[in-house]
Ligand binder design. Structure first.
Ligand code: 5BU
Length: 263
């Protein structure tokens, strides 16, 4: 599916209901911005989600960093998702054998499958990880991304590893709807993957701990990704999260418009 097609055109061709709805939502809301809300209290998380909600297509959580997590948080987050029209992506990065990830996805304190529209996994364990997660997620109409590459310096997810990950996504494309990636890959006929890229910032290049930030225009226009994932660029010290989210939304959307009009 060429990068020059609109999100709406691509949504019509998608078989996975969550991916289809997500692509439609992006077009309706004119947003390819996902905000990574890495804060450690329930109140701060809800406050941030409410502030950035109007500008995002996807809220990315690390639910296990919230000190006072409870199911009430999940209820309130899903209510905010309805109010502002966004989806929720739990960036869980599953990385175990199929049987274990099945339990981690469905059970425990977080019961991720019960509320997260999208989650993700590493391919390190092999194909069984997809089979395990798919058993739980497919009946619930959930979607998954595979980590094909990472944004951090020295990442080992590259070359053959990335290529193998793409092959596995093709094999299970009813549930694996895309990638965490740093660029769009060469596509085969029938591919309709959604690419999401973390490590995005308008003002800074690095955090001194291996994170590498790229400009939204580079990510969407030059590298052909579909969604920019932004954390501290939006809510970092001294920033106004709503104003920053609007700024990133505009930067991401302008780059997308330029891309699809470049046919
Ligand atoms: P930042 O504050 O914009 O650097 O936050 C980036 C978020 O994306 C953070 O939640 C990371 O866990 C997440 N991330 C990443 O930075 N790089 C990756 O390769 C992957 C996820 Br996968």
């Amino acid at each position: 599916m060429s990068a020059s097609k609109t999100y709406l055109e691509r949504s019509k061709l998608h078989a996975n209901p969550t991916a289809k709805a997500f692509l439609e939502l992006m077009e309706r809301k004119k947003s390819n911005l996902s905000v990574a809300v890495d804060v450690t209290s329930k109140a701060a998380l809800l406050d941030l989600a409410d502030k950035v909600g109007p500008y995002i297509c996807l809220l990315k959580t690390h639910i296990d960093v919230v000190d006072d997590f409870d199911m009430d948080l999940v209820e309130k987050l899903t209510a905010l998702a309805k109010k502002h029209d966004f989806m929720i992506f739990e960036d869980r990065k599953f990385a175990d054998i199929g049987n274990t990830v099945k339990l981690q996805y469905s059970s425990g304190v977080y019961k991720i499958a019960s509320w997260a529209d999208i989650t993700n996994a590493h391919m390190v364990p092999g194909e069984g990880i997809i089979q395990g997660l798919r058993e739980v997620g497919k009946p619930l109409n959930r979607a998954m991304l595979l980590l094909a590459e990472m944004s951090s310096a020295g990442t080992l997810a590259k070359g053959d590893y990335t290529e193998h990950t793409v092959e596995m996504a093709r094999k299970y494309s009813d549930f694996v709807v895309g990638f965490i990636a740093m660029q769009r890959y060469a596509e085969k006929e029938g591919d309709n993957f959604i690419y999401m890229t973390p490590g995005v910032g308008l003002d800074q290049k690095s955090d001194g701990m291996g994170q590498q930030w790229k400009h939204p225009r580079e990510v969407i226009l030059d590298r052909g990704s579909d969604v920019i994932i932004v954390g501290r660029g939006v809510y970092g010290a001294g920033r106004d999260p709503a104003a920053e989210a609007k700024r990133y939304q505009e930067a991401g959307w302008d780059a997308y418009l330029e891309r699809v009009h470049q046919k």
